[in-house]
Structure formats: C-alpha cells, structure tokens
Design a protein around this ligand. Structure first.
Ligand SMILES: Cc1cc2nc3c(=O)[nH]c(=O)nc-3n(C[C@H](O)[C@H](O)[C@H](O)COP(=O)(O)O)c2cc1C
Length: 351
C-alpha cells in the first residue's frame, strides 16, 4: 500500500526526506472563507499533530489543500525518537477493545486502515523548530492556519509548576515564531511520564492551561485530549478549562495492546499498550464528539471542538460534523490519501 511516510526508515530520515507523493500537484478547488476559533479559514478540515514534524512535510500538504495544519508536538529540548518500529498496520478483528495484531502488509482499501504508533514524542531542538516554524508560517496562503502542538518534558523531581512553566515556554516560543493557534498536548499514550495523561487530572490541567494562557495572550488555545475514564470526569474537565482555553481536540488514539502474530508486543514490553488509530477508532470518536457537544450545549460552554479519529472518507467527516464538531482533522490517513482535502472541497465547499 502507498504511504508518504516510510515506516521502515527512522523518523529523522523521514523528516529530512519529506513526504513521497506521486504525480503532479492536484488542482485545489477555490472555496469561500469560514471561521474557526475566530480566524478566517478556507476549510475547517486539516491534519492533526502527527505527520507534519517540519516544513518539509507541512508545506507539501498545505499545497494539497489541507487548511488546518498542526505541527507535530514540540518540546523545550531535543528528544530522540524511540527505536523502530514506530508505526505499524494492525488488525483489530472488528473489536473495539482488547489486543490488536500487527499486519505485515495491507492490500485492501487504504480507507479501511487501522494502525498503531509509538514515537515517544520526539522533538528537534527549539533553535531548529522555532526557525523552521517561522519559515513555514511565511509560506502559507490566506485561510490556512498554523497550529503548533506543544508538550512539557518533566524531569525527575519537577513540581507541577515547573511542568506548567515548560509547557508555557514552548507555547510562547511557538507564538513568537508565527503559530496562529497553540495546541497543548495533554495526552500521549506512548510516554510513561506525567505529560502523557495530564488531562485525567483536572486540577493539574487547569494550572497548566492557566500558565500557557498567561504566556500566549489572546492567541487561541486548543487542548488535545484522550478518552476520559468517565463522562463525569470529562464534564468536570470541560467546565474547568472553559474561559481559559478556546477549544478541545479529541481523540488522541485509543490505548490497546499491540502484539505481533506470535504474541510479542511489537513496541517492546514497556509499550505493550500503545496508541491505536485510524478506522478502528472512528465509531468511538463519533460517540465522544457527540457527548462533548452535548456537554458544551448543556453547560453553555464557549469551547470549540476539533474532532480527530479515523477520518478517511467524506462520510467520516460528515459523521463528525453531524455529531457537533466545529472542525475535522485527520491524523494518519493523509499519509495514505494525500488527495483527501481536494476530495472534501469538491463535495463540500461549505466545510
Ligand atoms: C505518525 C503519527 C504521529 C503522531 N504524533 C502525535 C503527536 O506528536 N502529538 C499528538 O498530539 N498526536 C500525535 N498523533 C496522534 C494524532 O494526532 C491523532 O490523534 C491520531 O492519529 C488519531 O487520528 P487518526 O485516526 O485520524 O489517525 C500522531 C499520529 C500519527 C499517525
């Protein structure tokens, strides 16, 4: 199956190489401007934090008509990627939970793909990503939005305030470099340290979000979330960040055991459970988005909602907009389907 990212190569190698596309650049249909987070956008459709780690990746996708462009999560220090493999195709056996099995190849419809990732949120050094963001920001067209995802890198013994300051430092640097929106990544299934599941701790999340807000002024702020252990916790979280953040992006993968055919965890014992994404999480995403929209309405919250999870068809985006999303993002599918934004714009110029 075609993939713009070569999973057999290291992340660093892929970053340098950029996406491998075939054929000429497509004609992107002209569409009217709309608004997302109060900003003018050509479409409320784009790419979630993941396959756009630098300008080598971000700009070619921008030229293919993706308008909401999320820079893969950056840190306040350089961080190496976990060893290979980092990205594998999986078979979930049609079940919503339990282990998934790695597949060596996929000959079927690329729109049906599920996969699992374990990168460990690698990051270039700030001096490098700040310059690269500045360059990329200057290349985007009117109606394209540069969202930069940030995370803290807590060291052993750090207090919550130190972690919050580290988030805020990255966010401030990203804004200085030209980010139009900040996304604070409060959820990553594949790191064992505190930044991986901060969203499950409401009070700590609020402290972090307040600190980021103080660093970025009135620049729009999204919070990237995973699946909550209960609707009560989700409701408490949303009500607590309302008025500080401008919106939420969800979901960030679903954590499941990822096993080879012989039962061995493909990413190693430490990461037996890793982030599963793609087709297998679409239904769960539609359901979470519906519940978040319901909570936003019920409590009169002023939060916008960016939905991500298993979007590889126009009908998938339709389902998420129908469930109450203000914007729809794709994590993995643009690697297999780089023409997806053109397809969406041809059929739904109003998105
Ligand atoms: C290669 C890859 C790397 C990712 N890295 C990040 C990341 O750095 N930060 C983040 O918040 N999410 C990351 N994600 C998760 C995506 O943003 C998204 O939440 C997830 O892929 C689900 O969307 P999908 O089903 O459309 O793939 C990554 C996903 C992929 C495929």
């Amino acid at each position: 199956m075609y993939c713009a990212y070569d999973p057999a190569l290291s992340w660093e190698h892929n970053c340098i190489r950029g996406p491998q596309f075939y054929g000429a650049d497509p004609m992107v249909p002209a569409v009217p401007l709309k608004r997302f987070l109060g900003l003018p956008v050509c479409s409320r459709f784009g790419i979630a934090a993941g396959i756009l780690p630098n300008s080598n990746w971000l700009l070619p996708y921008a030229r293919r008509g993706f308008d909401l462009l999320t820079w893969k999560t950056v840190r306040s220090e350089a961080r190496a990627c976990y060893p290979l493999p980092n990205w594998v195709l999986v078979d979930d056996g049609g079940r919503a939970d339990g282990p998934v099995t790695v597949m060596d190849r996929w000959e079927g419809d690329p729109r049906e793909v599920s996969s699992a990732v374990c990168f460990g949120m690698p990051s270039f050094a700030p001096v490098q990503w700040r310059a690269d963001i500045r360059w990329a920001a200057g290349q985007l067209l009117e109606g394209q939005l540069l969202i930069v995802s940030v995370v803290a890198s807590p060291q052993p013994g750090w207090t919550l305030d130190q972690t919050a300051d580290d988030y805020a430092l990255c966010a401030g640097w990203a804004v200085e470099s030209g980010a139009q929106v900040i996304e604070a990544n409060l959820s990553c299934p594949n790191v064992c340290s505190a930044e991986g599941s901060l969203y499950c701790d409401v009070l700590s999340s609020v402290r972090v979000v307040e600190r980021i807000r103080a660093a970025i002024g009135d620049v729009p702020l999204l919070l990237k979330l995973g699946v909550f252990p209960s609707d009560e916790r989700m409701s408490e979280f949303l009500r607590s960040v309302n008025g500080i953040a401008n919106g939420v992006t969800l979901v960030n993968c679903v954590t499941r055991e990822v096993l080879r055919g012989d039962g061995v965890p493909v990413f190693g014992e430490q990461y037996r459970r890793a982030g599963v994404l793609g087709r297998g999480i679409h239904q769960a995403t539609v359901s979470v988005v519906g519940r978040v929209r319901e909570l936003i309405c019920r409590h009169g919250l002023s939060l916008e909602l960016a939905a991500v999870g298993g979007v590889s068809r126009v009908s998938d985006a339709e389902a998420l907009f129908g469930a109450g999303a203000d914007a729809v993002l794709c994590g993995s599918s643009p690697a297999f389907l780089p023409g997806l934004a053109v397809e969406m714009k041809q059929l739904h110029p109003e998105w």
